[in-house]
Design a protein around this ligand. Structure first.
Ligand SMILES: NC(=O)c1ccc[n+]([C@@H]2O[C@H](COP(=O)([O-])OP(=O)(O)OC[C@H]3O[C@@H](n4cnc5c(N)ncnc54)[C@H](OP(=O)(O)O)[C@@H]3O)[C@@H](O)[C@H]2O)c1
Length: 263
C-alpha cells in the first residue's frame, strides 16, 4: 500500500537516500530540510532528476515549523534529523551538550508528538526514529552525541510499549545505523577542536585521540548507504514492524557481544 511519508533532515545523507528509495517505490514523500538553503538545493536536485518528492523547511527545534505537519495526513514520520557534538564529558561546554539534546532528543520527541496527535485520532500510523549504534555502546569523545542517541533508543522502546495500551495500529521502530560515510562523523569529530585549547585536560593526547578516531572510522565507515536505507524501507513497509533495525549486521553483532560481556 502506498504511504504518505515525512522525513526530517532529508536534504542530505541517509535521509535523502531514503527519500529517493521510498519515492521510487511509489510512496508520497515529503523530504524536509533544516534550512531554507538546504531546501533550495534539494528542490534544484529534485527538479534536475525529475523526482516527485516535495521538500520544505522543517527545523525540528522550531515549534512553528513542526506545526507544518498538521493537515498533511502522514502515515509515516521518519525522524532522521540529527547533529553531533564531540569532546570529553569532563569539560564539554554545557551549551553544546544542551544543544545536542535539544535537537536530537527534544526536537525528535516534539516532532513525533505532532505526528502522534493525528495518528492517534486516525488510529493508524508509524513513527520511525533514526538513532545509532552509538546509542547502545558508549563512544569516548563522542559523549554528547552518544548520550543523545541512547535517549532516542530508549524513547522508541518506551513509546512502543505505551502505545500498546491504547492501540495495535500505531507502530514505533528505531533504526540503529553503524558507520556510514556521509561526512557527518567527520564534522562531529572536528567539533571539539572549535573549543578545545591548551587548557583542555586532553590537550596533550589530541594526537592519540585523532589516530584512534581516524582508525575507527576508516575501518568501519560504509561508502554505500544501501544497507541502512533497506532497513528503513523495511520499517516503513513491514506489516508488523520490529522495534529495532540495525545495519551493518556485523557492527550490531559486535555491540551486542560487548553488552553481553558487560562492556
Ligand atoms: N553517518 C553515520 O555514520 C550515522 C551513524 C548512525 C546514525 N546516524 C544518524 O543518521 C541521521 C542522518 O545522518 P547522516 O549521516 O545522513 O548525516 P547528514 O547528511 O548530516 O544528515 C543530518 C541531517 O539533519 C539535518 N538537521 C540537523 N539539525 C536539524 C534540525 N534542527 N532540524 C532539521 N534538520 C536538522 C542536517 O541539516 P544541516 O546539515 O543543514 O544541519 C542534515 O540534513 C542522523 O540522525 C545521524 O545521527 C548517522
Amino acid at each position: 500500500m502506498k504511504k504518505t511519508i515525512l522525513i526530517t533532515g532529508a536534504t542530505s545523507g541517509i535521509g535523502k537516500a531514503t527519500a529517493i528509495a521510498l519515492a521510487n517505490k511509489g510512496h508520497h514523500v515529503y523530504a524536509t530540510g533544516h534550512t531554507d538553503d538546504d531546501v533550495e538545493g534539494m528542490n534544484l536536485f529534485l527538479k534536475e532528476n525529475n523526482y516527485s518528492i516535495e521538500s520544505f523547511k522543517l527545523d525540528i527545534t522550531v515549534e512553528e515549523d513542526r506545526k507544518k505537519i498538521n493537515g498533511l495526513a502522514i502515515d509515516v514520520l521518519i525522524n532522521n534529523a540529527g547533529m553531533g557534538e564531540s569532546g570529553s564529558l569532563t569539560e564539554v561546554p554545557m551549551d553544546r551538550l544542551i544543544k545536542n539534546f535539544e535537537t536530537n532528543v527534544f526536537g525528535t520527541i516534539a516532532t513525533s508528538q505532532e505526528a502522534f496527535r493525528q495518528m492517534i485520532s486516525r488510529d493508524s500510523g508509524r513513527v520511525i526514529i533514526i538513532s545509532s549504534l552509538a546509542g547502545r555502546s558508549p563512544r569516548p569523545f563522542l559523549g554528547p552525541y552518544s548520550m543523545s542517541k541512547y535517549a532516542l533508543s530508549a524513547a522508541a522502546g518506551i513509546l512502543r510499549q505505551e502505545l500498546k495500551y491504547i492501540t495495535r495500529n500505531i507502530h514505533v521502530s528505531v533504526i540503529e545505523p553503524g558507520s556510514y560515510h556521509t561526512g557527518y562523523n567527520q564534522r562531529m569529530m572536528a567539533k571539539k577542536y572549535e573549543w578545545m585549547d591548551p587548557s583542555s585536560y586532553f590537550w596533550n593526547v589530541t594526537d592519540k585521540i585523532k589516530k584512534m578516531e581516524a582508525f575507527t572510522f576508516k575501518a568501519t565507515e560504509y561508502r554505500s548507504l544501501n544497507s541502512i536505507v533497506a532497513k528503513i524501507v523495511k520499517a516503513v513497509e513491514a506489516k508488523k514492524p520490529r522495534l529495532r533495525y540495525v545495519a551493518p549486521w556485523w557492527e550490531g553483532a559486535i555491540v551486542q557481544l560487548a553488552r553481553i560481556m558487560g562492556k
